[in-house]
Design a protein around this ligand. Structure first.
Ligand code: GLU
Length: 280
């Protein structure tokens, strides 16, 4: 029998981890340990422009200091690009993706225009064939977008059932724009890589911050379209700074690194986060 629950922590190494990350990592780690499950680590480093090896090193060091040791191999998304490409190819050949060459300002313009959404589906919708051929010919950059309209034809009403925050929920994508799945210069979107890797790592509980709640509908659509097992989802509170705002990677004082350098012990950090001592 595979272990359960299998939880995970999936940071992007684009800065130092802060107290909010520590909270998420500790919740997931403790939950797995206390219930005889497994805890996985994944480095979400496909955004080569923002991620840096020194931040990845710092992630591993900070987690070790917290007493967190991942089970199994640490997955690095930058090493898995061919797998994401294969999934994109599959979605593309199933008619679920279309090329979008529009710039941000063109998209804003479309959204502002009355009756901006094309009649058939969500904004911005595919280009017409001749225009697409011309833009390809001009070698203009494009993104692949998921046609939610087409997804709705495959998945009844586009609604996916999942266990969310302790209850069975029917989740429907209600965004106004078809989500981006890949860009020409950027091999896979966060959503695509995330669902593929949650399945790859056998994650059966995704427990992450409230700020990621909005990612759920598109991720569930992708799970279903790629026929990947659907984990349960939970959302935890965000850790706020003294100003009452959520912490960001730029808040130096709140990084685990500065917390450590000031000589605090991991137990003090657990108390600051409202977590008791580890039970296992
Ligand atoms: N890499 C994402 C982040 O650091 C986490 C995504 C997730 O937990 O699904 O915000």
């Amino acid at each position: 029998m595979p272990p359960s629950p299998v939880t995970r922590f999936a940071p992007s190494p684009s800065g130092y981890l802060h107290l909010g990350h520590a909270y998420s990592a500790l919740l997931n780690h403790d939950h797995a340990r206390e219930n005889g499950g497994a805890f996985r680590l994944r480095i979400e480093d496909i955004d080569a422009g923002r991620c840096r090896p020194e931040f990845e090193e710092a992630v591993l060091e900070d987690l070790a200091w917290l007493g967190i040791e991942p089970d199994g191999e640490v997955v690095r998304q930058s090493g898995r690009l061919p797998i994401y490409e294969k999934a994109i190819e599959h979605l593309r050949t199933s008619g679920l993706l279309y090329r979008c060459f529009r710039t941000r300002s063109e998209l804003n313009e479309m959204l502002r225009a009355p009756h901006g959404a094309p009649p058939a589906g969500l904004s911005p919708g595919p280009h017409d064939e001749a225009e697409e051929a011309r833009l390809l010919e001009e070698d203009r950059p494009f993104a692949w977008r998921l046609s939610v309209e087409r997804a709705r034809e495959i998945i009844s009403r586009g609604t996916v059932t999942a266990f969310v925050d302790g209850e069975e929920a029917a989740v429907t994508f209600t965004g106004e724009q078809d989500p981006i799945i890949a860009r020409k210069d950027f091999p896979a979107s966060y959503h695509l890589a995330c669902v593929i890797d949650d399945a790859h790592q056998g994650v059966d509980l995704v427990w992450r911050g409230e700020d990621l709640r909005a990612s759920l509908p598109v991720q569930l659509l992708l799970h279903e379209l790629l026929r990947l097992p659907i984990p349960s989802y939970r959302h935890h509170k965000l850790i706020l700074g003294p100003d009452g705002k959520r912490l960001a990677k730029r808040d130096r004082a709140a990084t685990l690194r500065s917390w450590r350098r000031e000589g605090h012990a991991p137990e003090a950090l657990r108390r600051r986060l409202g977590l008791g001592p580890p039970r296992c």
